[in-house]
Design a protein around this ligand. Sequence first.
Ligand SMILES: Nc1ncnc2c1ncn2[C@@H]1O[C@H](COP(=O)(O)OP(=O)(O)O)[C@@H](O)[C@H]1O
Ligand SMILES: [Mg+2]
Length: 248
Amino acid sequence: MKTISVINLKGGVGKTTTAINMAALLANRWGKRVLLIDNDKQGNTSQFFGKYIKDATCGAARILEGGDPAIWVTDQGLDVINANMTLETAENELLKSNDRQDNRMKMFLQKKMQEYDFCIIDNPPAVGMCVINALCASDEVIVPVKLDNWALDGTEMITETIGQLKALNKDLKKISVLITDFIKTPESEAAEEWLRENCSAEVFKTKIRFSKKVDSATYYKQPLDGYSLMCAAAVDYRKMIKEYLGKE
Ligand SMILES: Nc1ncnc2c1ncn2[C@@H]1O[C@H](COP(=O)(O)OP(=O)(O)O)[C@@H](O)[C@H]1O
Ligand SMILES: [Mg+2]
């Protein structure tokens, strides 16, 4: 099993969209066994799959507690572990623990190695204990970025942070940046050029273009591939997965 964290310290850059669509494509187009973990207390991924349960201790919190989370089988061909606000309580409790705090997710995923080909973790836009746990459990990180100035700052910040976390997890093999929500303008093209020249991490050749269908697909709780096969973002996510798998 390969574990991929989707992460950026900035919100609204396409982390959840990327995590959901990567997971759905790997499962449905490529026949992979996929576990998708919602590691964001906002629970957007859980809501997408109809697995957001308001007050009960969520799966991501159970993982931090060192327990066994519920794994939900979805009708999208992949399994989901959910999140909600109880994840914050679990993070705070973990910080009080005298035991090792950074390897709870890793310990849990080690038990699932044989059951899945990919584990994708959708992270919140902040570095808390749940993100440190996700990073420690990950083989790779994908950083979605939107090309405005702030996002570029965020990318530098995250690359820096990940550099530090590499010290925590020597198994973190790869960090790749993915340009999302792309609209072609002179400014965005200049930003892309800057990013490709200056970013310390690898940048996917494929960029995910802006598409109006992304919001409506989320509204109807459908992965893009099922909702609007030919919209720009659906085409691009398929291409990105091919690039990722080295099947271009
Ligand atoms: N390629 C895209 N085209 C159009 N809208 C997008 C695209 N990617 C993301 N969005 C929209 O941007 C918003 C933020 O995306 P989301 O994936 O929730 O970001 P994050 O998880 O980083 O906060 C959502 O409304 C989403 O539908
Ligand atoms: Mg999100």
